[in-house]
Design a protein around this ligand. Structure first.
Ligand SMILES: Nc1ncnc2c1ncn2[C@@H]1O[C@H](COP(=O)(O)OP(=O)(O)O)[C@@H](O)[C@H]1O
Ligand SMILES: [Mg+2]
Length: 287
């Protein structure tokens, strides 16, 4: 958790600098003595040894992944990142699920943007796992052509180190390509729990982000949620109804801790073309 505290302090410094109209030089970021941690023996090696994949910047941008660099576009995700880290750090949580009432609300887009925003916190190591097994999208969004299958790791048929790609020093993705038609049994039970514990022991991530299926389409997400510490719900403006958000929030709250609701695809007033993000957060969430 020390690393998360250090990252929150760093994020505040960066945000204040951004609000003041300039980017901080590395030397302007206050030193963070808390960032010195004792890694799990071997974890640094296992993480560093993961195969590297360098995503194409234009491909990411085309897919609305805008958080590789800090700036106006990344700002809403950076706020989301910092608030999530604050709450997770306070509670000692590491496993964060992203889900939504229905499909197409922006789960994968938000997961990716949150991941790259986290990756700009050098002290935080983030592992992203695509568990939307009927519609896995993260490999496509990354432009990853390797046929990684996290499902093979869950089934015990492949070694995790061969199915994870590291895209920066501190961000890695466990993706899958082949859709699974009845994933609920893969997403619950002993095997996936064992896999997660093994990933944590081997790679020592500070945060694991899960891109989950929607809540109201199947029982896949509900089957997996007991493996998480907390969840974000992505609702799409003009698509998710209040009734759906309400049901989904109750379903989520029965299985895990709800960090908040992200209202995605909000039309900007007076501009029918552009869309953005907004947040309702925690107990104060109001849309
Ligand atoms: N804020 C946004 N504004 C406009 N389009 C968006 C926004 N967020 C996501 N999208 C688009 O909506 C579609 C569905 O998003 P995706 O992240 O795949 O949803 P999900 O994972 O919930 O099914 C994609 O084409 C994506 O680019
Ligand atoms: Mg998706």
């Amino acid at each position: 958790m020390d690393r998360i505290q250090a990252a929150i302090a760093r994020a505040r410094t960066e945000r204040d600098a951004l609000l003041a109209g300039h980017r901080p030089e590395p030397s302007a970021v206050a030193p963070q003595p808390d960032a010195i941690v004792t890694p799990t023996p071997g974890a640094a090696d296992a993480w560093s040894a993961l195969p590297i994949f360098k995503p194409d910047a234009a491909h990411l941008e085309k897919n609305r992944i805008v958080t590789r660099d800090s700036g106006a576009k990344s700002a809403p995700f950076d706020v989301l990142r910092t608030r999530a880290l604050q709450q997770m750090s306070a509670e000692g949580w590491t496993r964060l699920a992203v889900t939504s009432p229905g499909p197409g609300c922006g789960k994968s887009t938000v997961t990716m943007n949150l991941a790259f925003s986290l990756a700009r916190q050098p002290d935080i190591r983030t592992l992203v796992i695509d568990l939307d097994l009927r519609r896995p999208m993260l490999a496509n969004l990354l432009g990853l052509t390797d046929r990684h299958e996290i499902t093979a790791v869950i089934r015990g048929k492949a070694d995790a180190a061969t199915q994870i790609a590291r895209v920066t020093d501190n961000l890695a993705f466990a993706t899958t390509r082949t859709p699974v038609h009845d994933p609920a049994e893969l997403l619950q039970g002993r095997r996936i729990g064992d896999m997660l514990r093994s990933l944590e022991e081997r790679f020592a991530p500070d945060v694991i982000l899960f891109d989950l299926p929607p809540i109201m389409v199947s029982d896949d997400a509900i089957a997996f949620l007991p493996n998480t510490d907390c969840a974000l719900m992505i609702a799409a403006a003009e698509q998710s109804t209040l009734g759906q958000v309400d049901i989904c929030e109750k379903e989520l709250a029965a299985q895990t801790s709800v960090l908040g609701v992200v209202l995605n695809k909000c039309p900007y007033p007076g501009d029918g073309q552009r869309y953005g993000y907004g947040y309702g957060y925690g107990a104060d969430a109001d849309g």
